[in-house]
Ligand binder design. Structure first.
Ligand SMILES: [Zn+2]
Length: 335
């Protein structure tokens, strides 16, 4: 016994089918493209608990609970992450591999630190969603933009949020929740003014798109500026941190894997918003790079799922596949 290997965790998560798992516990009813039930996490009489087979995730439109099969087992069956992986491995006949190596003190400290950062990001996500749903005029404008682009249900399911214009509300929230500001500085949600050491919210007046890691945890955000100042950059991503490597991130990948396996192809577009546009209309196998050119590290992650990609360039930019370089050839043409 010991720790389940990373490779094994990934195999189990990739194999887990959210509909198949939830059906073991709850009776689901097919309606449209998905399945519905009364939510097991909050009391209700009409179903708002939704299982989306294309994205391989569940979401409750009533209480906001959501995630993948692992998240469901952890919440519904009170399992730990490791127990959920072991349960799924049995269900899908996958051999669980453990590594017996003792973690050093440094590794344990690093893991604990990453957990704290994930917790802080989860709180930031709650704040952005709270603001997105508020009656403030800038929030109304943000909702209008987001609903127009991706549809209301999709925004709710995906966890689209909004970072308000000023910094005050963010600092009120941090204080209320007693979140350690050092974590938020490290993650790039709080900026510190060099001259007077004053602190400010980095994401302001932006529609926020959560970035999920392979374990369906929010690890970062893309923010789309919703104001009128032409000097402010339209898009902004969270900075690289111990829980987020921007240059390796394939945006949308956790949602895209299931469909890419079926269609045997990923669709590559430029940037998170375009990925969501396609995923929101059922082209779930769409993925994007975040403000960087596609590189070998991106392609390796795609190649482990299937060996074909279709690139749709941004219509506002010159045509061509200049984004495909040595990285693509190294991964896809080599084998
Ligand atoms: Zn619910």
């Amino acid at each position: 016994m010991g720790y389940i290997t990373e490779q094994c965790k990934q195999r189990v998560i990739d194999a887990a089918d959210v509909h198949g798992v939830i059906s073991d516990f709850i009776q689901l009813h097919k309606k449209g493209a998905g399945f519905w039930a009364c939510c097991p996490f909050h009391g209700e009489k009409s179903p708002s608990f939704y299982v989306n087979p294309a994205r391989n995730r569940f979401h409750c439109f009533g209480c906001g609970e959501g995630g993948d099969a692992v998240a469901f087992l952890m919440k519904h069956q009170n399992m730990t992450f490791q127990q959920a992986i072991e349960w799924l491995a049995r269900k899908y006949n996958i051999e669980v591999r453990y590594e017996s190596k003792e973690q050093s003190q440094q590794e344990r400290d690093d893991a604990k630190h990453r957990e704290s950062l994930f917790f802080a990001v989860a709180e930031v996500q709650k704040f952005f969603i709270e603001c997105f749903n508020s009656d403030a005029p800038d929030a109304v404008a943000a909702r209008k933009y987001a609903y127009n682009r991706w549809g209301e249900d999709f925004c709710k399911e995906y966890g689209i949020g909004y970072a308000p214009k000023g910094s005050a509300a963010f600092f009120d929230f941090i204080k209320r929740k007693q979140i350690n500001e050092d974590y938020l500085i490290e993650l790039g949600y709080i900026g510190v003014n060099e001259a007077d050491k004053s602190r400010y919210a980095m994401f302001r007046d932006r529609v926020t798109i959560p970035i999920y890691n392979r374990w369906f945890k929010v690890c970062a955000f893309t923010g789309r500026y919703n104001g009128a100042n032409p000097d402010i950059g339209k898009y902004m991503n969270s900075r690289t941190s111990p829980i987020f490597k921007k240059e390796e991130c394939v945006f949308g990948l956790p949602d895209a894997i299931k469909m890419a396996r079926i269609t045997k192809q990923f669709i590559l577009v430029e940037g998170g918003p375009d990925v969501l546009r396609l995923q929101s209309i059922g082209i779930t196998q769409a993925v994007g790079a975040l403000g960087t050119a596609w590189g070998e590290k991106h392609f390796k992650q795609l190649h482990s799922v299937c060996n074909s990609v279709c690139f749709i360039p941004d219509s506002e930019k010159p045509k061509g596949n200049s984004q495909f370089g040595a990285g693509f050839n190294a991964v896809f043409r080599a084998g």
